[in-house]
Design a protein around this ligand. Structure first.
Ligand code: CUA
Length: 324
């Protein structure tokens, strides 16, 4: 699924087009490199033992014309294939490039991605689903997701090497991109614009799955988390602590009084596979580590060290793990 050099293992038509351009440029560069190196080697080997100056040539019209026209053809060809790719990648029909938040427009955007220091908010406006750092899309060569990207603070850049081009997430400006996966898989995404101390830990996952699995996932995310009666006494105590403590000042859990959108939406936290934008995999052990002191795991992140007691820590972990 995740190759060593993901950018050379494209999984969408856009990424394939980028990969093709890269390979063409690589090929032409390799040929030029071979010719130049070859000529140098020939000159070295032929002139090695010579005591006198080699033949001196001045003002060869033919040679001058050849080395002007040759590179011009190569450069024009590179310009043509690059421009062609840019036009193909930017072909997003019916998009008003700079638009206000009008409802009509939101209708046909299937996904809204907002960059934050240092995590990604993921919203499916039609389905009314909000998540973080994990994007699910149906893997289908014919299905394109039109996504809108912006930022809440500084400039970030959204990039899934196997699925297509980078696109900047800029505060106050909407950028658009097609997101598409031709085959099922888990694709690593990165923030590719330096955005502060934890830029390196602003990763996300794009999960390409069958239409059926995708619909199931959406339906699961639309539901409210489990009824409190179904959870253990430890998790119940954690729930009580969550709302008593400062957690709801930053986080949202749908169907509860926690409605803040400063940190990631926790409604279905337990269904995600990573914590802290890829800094840890989501397990009981790692969640404990994270809550114990987020600053030790991801220094500078917005979540402070709350110095929780061992008991509260256990309770909170138990509660958060019920959010499926
Ligand atoms: Cu966000 Cu780099």
């Amino acid at each position: 699924m995740n190759s060593v050099i993901p950018v050379l293992d494209p999984a969408s038509p856009q990424a394939e087009a980028i990969n093709n351009l890269f390979l063409q440029v690589l090929l032409i560069s390799a040929v030029i490199f071979a010719i130049v190196t070859g000529l140098i080697l020939i000159a070295i080997s032929k002139g090695r033992r010579r005591q006198t100056l080699p033949d001196q040539n001045f003002g060869s019209e033919k040679a001058e014309i050849a080395w002007v026209i040759g590179p011009v053809i190569i450069v024009l060809w590179l310009v043509a294939i690059s421009a062609n790719l840019v036009i193909t990648l930017n072909a997003i029909p019916d998009v008003k490039p700079q638009s206000a938040d009008n409802a009509e427009e939101v209708q046909d955007v299937e996904l809204i991605i907002t960059g934050h220091q240092w995590w990604w908010e993921v919203e499916y406006p039609k389905a009314g689903v909000i998540s973080a750092n994990e994007i699910h899309i149906p893997a289908d060569p014919k299905r394109k997701f039109r996504i809108r990207i912006n930022s809440d603070d500084v400039i970030h850049s959204f990039w899934v090497p196997q699925l297509g081009p980078k696109i900047d997430a800029i505060p106050g400006r909407d950028n658009y991109l097609w997101l598409q996966a031709s085959k099922p898989g888990t694709y690593q995404g990165r923030c590719s614009e330096y955005c502060g101390a934890q830029h390196a830990w602003m990763n996300f996952l794009v999960i390409g799955e069958s239409e059926e699995e995708y619909q199931k996932w959406i339906a699961g995310q639309q539901k409210k988390p489990e009824a409190t009666t179904l959870i253990s006494p430890l998790a119940m105590a954690g729930r009580e602590y969550f709302f008593k403590a400062t957690c709801p000042r930053c986080h949202k859990i749908a169907g509860t009084s926690a409605q803040a959108m400063i940190g990631p939406d926790l409604t279905h936290f337990a269904t995600r596979s990573e914590i802290g934008s890829g800094v840890l995999t989501n397990s009981t052990e790692n969640l404990t580590l994270w809550l114990k002191n987020p600053q030790a795991v991801k220094p500078g992140c917005k979540m402070p060290n709350f110095k929780l007691s061992e008991q509260n820590l256990k309770q909170l972990v138990a509660y958060l793990e019920t959010l499926k």
